[in-house]
Design a protein around this ligand. Sequence first.
Ligand SMILES: NC(=O)c1ccc[n+]([C@@H]2O[C@H](COP(=O)([O-])OP(=O)(O)OC[C@H]3O[C@@H](n4cnc5c(N)ncnc54)[C@H](O)[C@@H]3O)[C@@H](O)[C@H]2O)c1
Length: 298
Amino acid sequence: MKIAVFGASGFVGRNVIETLKEANMEIIVSDIKEVKNGGVDFIKADLLNYNEVSKVVKGSDIVVHLAASPLPISIEKPKLNARINIEGTLNIMDAAREHGIDKIIFSSASSLVGDVKNNLVDERHPCSPKTPYAVAKYAIEHYLRVYQELYGLDYLVFRFFNIYGQYQYPESGGLIPMVYRKLTTEGSFNVFGDGSQTRDFVYVGDVAKFYLKAIKKDIKNEVVNLGTGKGATIKEVVKVSGEVLGIEPKINYLPLRAGEIGNFVADTGKLKKLFGSVPETELWDGLRETFEWLIGGK
Ligand SMILES: NC(=O)c1ccc[n+]([C@@H]2O[C@H](COP(=O)([O-])OP(=O)(O)OC[C@H]3O[C@@H](n4cnc5c(N)ncnc54)[C@H](O)[C@@H]3O)[C@@H](O)[C@H]2O)c1
């Protein structure tokens, strides 16, 4: 079985590729920017160029789509985000149709839910996306369903929660690498409100293992949360980070920002039902792995 991976130079992509390589899967990887992935066939492709995308997809059985223009840019440039994240994904889906691909695995975002009405958040929670980025993710979930119904293209959607781990750089704006940077440089971290908001932090090594399972198992035409089902408060993340790093963190409490959401944790019932398990790495262990990588000089 041959797997084509888009977004190969990104945070999750690099982890997924390592896991697929370890499992001796045959892979072809692609991104608009090249990062050395050690002995893996790489094709540079812009999602907006159909011919380039088609070359990557051709000859593959399953497509793993992890490429995207990120959330912060979508606020500045919503049209650019729509082009890359909607039109670019449609290019992959059309190429998948053209080449008779078995299944496309898409990385969606739990933020498409918008305001949380019922925590834990399951896949049937009402969705009211609050950013252009989340609108695009929501649109693609619907395009995938419609392509399945019209053309028989099978898919699997993973709705990601807060993923952290190696290859996530502080510049990405991800909470955990930012906590690392602040604690190691200033010994303190700014928290909005009282820091009691819970989030669902998922270690990227677990995410990569679920991609391997999704490739091997015949699970298709489903939207499924990829979270742990266990909430950790922001305050807890800072404290545990301090423990792992051997630093007593000073937490500065700032006023709550407008629009800050409260608790947001995955209901993992469907994930467990389909896959038989949920991501299991404990926060302390995941943070230790992540910080060792960050300390190692990236
Ligand atoms: N990291 C998270 O916590 C998280 C949460 C929710 C959803 N997601 C989604 O998961 C996927 C992977 O996330 P990530 O954190 O690895 O993102 P990332 O930004 O690290 O990687 C995305 C990759 O897409 C590539 N890309 C951007 N524009 C492109 C284009 N026009 N053509 C080809 N490639 C292009 C980038 O070069 C980058 O390597 C994305 O779809 C993201 O939206 C991530």
